[in-house]
Ligand binder design. Structure first.
Ligand code: HAM
Length: 429
């Protein structure tokens, strides 16, 4: 196949056969988030590279290896967003939302770009649904956010869902912890993979996240964060657990969760499902109380999560979860080969659409027989044929496709009303 008719590796097309399913997933996400007070935002796909370097962190894999970075025509370094949080906090700061009433709760659906090795559930372009809360420090805010993620995933009927939580402490706790694991991993320096050798000096906690077998073995005996967490962080974490317990939300504490991005503090969490026999994180998030200051804003706490829409879709398909049926036309209006009839069919169809009724008209200049075949194929509930006779008399026949039952319908002024009455009769007899 010609190069220009092939999509770029790691990028995906969304076909009409799947789009109503994705629409449904996004609808559920937005509806649930609204119940928690989240408002939709949209940020640009391009941001200054430095925003991601400082927020996601220049020791993270995302920034070090995976960003789509280039110079624009003005010689500025810009990057395609690899995730949604950096843009969201930039939006809040730039527009002064943090100076208004708190908390600020925002949601987004954003295409994200990471130059990773494409594989099942891992793409170079993917869509994240994200929620971010700015200004709230309490564990109730962590609990509320996790409840929102949980209720979305439950409403989507995803089965075998695992919630894993951890606390990676505040800046002070992490400094002590980092010193301890630096010393520990330092003893195994020669056995670590090349990436982890590099991580050892720059960000040793990241070694805990490494997928390399040897590194995993070594990190299994590494000091654990819990032993370095201060009283306040520990209390915050215990309170979060009480909230989750009170809502009967099952979770396990996984001390290994450090998350791949640098900005986290205190609570981190992931929702995990199986796909093709392997665990897959479908939602990840946590608190990032220090991020505003890191990118030059005032100090204010924040927490959020990102859900991978493609991953959720893949899991739902694998679990055979049913989606609401896509809508079918109420009526297909076909016309005989006659100019006036064609215009009339077109006009009737538009009239129905103006009152939000899904209707279709022939635009292929097919014969009436093949128009009818098409109406059947697309699942239209009713069909009509308009010819010269119908135009002159102002009356046409409308056929219920399933039963074949035909009724006369006025195609003049009263058309829309009569159509609606016919529909009503069907439901109330
Ligand atoms: P993340 O864990 O890097 O966190 O990504 C969040 C979710 O995006 C993942 O759990 C996964 O479902 C999906 N995802 C990530 N990479 C890919 C990929 N290559 N292909 C398909 N799906 C992917 C963040 O991005 C943070 N911004 C989350 C957050 C928001 N933390 C606080 N607020």
């Amino acid at each position: 196949m010609n190069l220009i008719t092939r999509r770029i590796k790691g990028m995906q097309d969304l076909l009409p056969i799947d789009s109503y399913k994705i629409e449904n997933i996004e609808k559920v996400m937005k509806e649930e988030a609204k119940l928690y007070g989240f408002k939709l935002i949209r940020t640009p796909v391009l941001e200054h590279t430095e925003l991601f370097e400082r927020s996601v962190g220049d020791t993270s894999d995302v920034v070090q290896k995976e960003m789509y970075t280039f110079e624009d025509k003005g010689g500025r370094s810009v990057s395609l967003r690899p995730e949604g949080t950096a843009g969201a906090i930039r939006l809040v700061l730039e527009n002064g939302l943090h100076n208004k009433s708190l908390p600020v709760k925002v949601m987004y659906i954003a295409s994200c770009y990471r130059y990773e090795k494409p594989q099942s559930g891992r793409y170079r372009e993917f869509f994240q649904f994200g929620l971010e809360v700015f200004g709230a420090e309490s564990s109730a805010s962590d609990a509320e956010l996790i409840c929102a993620a949980y209720s979305i995933l439950k409403r989507l009927q995803i089965k075998n869902l695992k919630l894993e939580i951890n606390s990676i402490g505040c800046k002070e706790c992490r400094k002590k912890y980092n010193d301890a694991i630096k010393e520990y991993f330092g003893n195994y320096q020669s056995e670590l993979c090349d990436d982890c050798k590099n991580r050892l000096s720059r960000n040793p906690m990241r070694i805990m996240d490494c997928k390399n077998q040897k590194c995993r073995e070594i990190s299994s005996k590494a000091p654990i964060i819990t032993d370095y967490i201060c009283g306040e962080c520990s209390e915050h974490f215990e309170e979060l657990k009480s909230y989750l317990n009170s809502q009967n939300i099952e979770y396990s504490v996984n001390l290994k969760i450090v998350r791949g991005l640098d900005y986290y503090s205190k609570t981190v969490f992931e929702f995990i499902c199986d796909l093709d026999g392997a665990p897959l994180t479908i939602c990840g998030g946590g608190r990032y109380d220090g991020l505003s200051e890191i990118i030059g804003g005032p100090k204010f706490p924040a927490i959020g999560f990102g859900m991978g829409i493609e991953r959720i879709f893949a899991v739902m398909e694998a679990q055979n979860i049913e989606f609401p049926e896509p809508s079918v036309p109420k009526v297909f209006i076909s016309s005989l080969n006659d100019e006036k009839a064609k215009l009339k069919a077109f006009e009737l169809c538009e009239k129905l659409r103006r009152v939000s009724i899904y209707a279709q008209v022939d635009v292929m200049e097919r014969t009436v027989k093949s128009q009818m075949k098409y109406a059947d194929k697309i699942g239209s509930l009713y069909s009509m044929v308009i010819g010269e006779e119908e135009v002159n008399s102002g009356i046409a026949k409308i056929k219920e496709m399933k039963s074949g039952k035909e009724t006369n319908i006025n195609i003049g002024e009263d058309f829309v009303n009569e159509f609606m009455e016919l529909e009503l009769k069907k439901y109330i007899g």
